[in-house]
Design a protein around this ligand. Sequence first.
Ligand code: COA
Length: 160
Amino acid sequence: MKTAVCPGSFDPITTGHLDIITRAAGLFDRVIVLISVNAAKKTSFTLEERADLARKAVAHLPNVEVDFFSGLLVDYVEKQSADAIVRGLRAMSDFEYEFQMALANKKLNPRAETVFLSTAAENMYVSSSLVRQIASFGGSISGLVPECIEDAIRTRFAQE
Ligand code: COA
């Protein structure tokens, strides 16, 4: 059984993330969406809130589960005996950062293989920060996040 971990901040999960997760679910037997801590980012949603949104978004995918973890990604990968880390690549600008992370993870654990999937063309411009910015000003996030979590995100920003 081949297991992949799709890690990220998911603050919140977007249609771009969901596209990568859906495609990973077609390639691996089991996919774990791992809500993780990026020390360089101050998030709007708590780990639990991000996990709840992700769970709703992947509910239709039977071989996908959601978990959260605040330690090193490679430790989680080892604990789950996962075969791969899956990340999406949007543009060349993502490459340097992603390549550095893949190399650092491999240095920390030589068993940690990273697999990159290219983002669908229609999601090239989508990002969690774009979603947060639009939602915070009451704009439409339709098409940028999975439909089933649009209301939850809108309500959350309306409360701020
Ligand atoms: N389509 C559209 N947008 C996408 C996308 C896709 N397929 N894939 C990613 N993005 C966007 C996200 O929306 C996000 O946008 P933002 O910067 O505006 O928020 C950005 O690209 C990347 O964020 P995300 O995918 O959520 O992950 P991240 O880069 O914040 O994740 C971790 C980094 C969490 C994986 C990394 O910090 C980590 O592994 N942390 C655990 C601790 C650790 O082990 N650290 C050492 C790692 S070497």
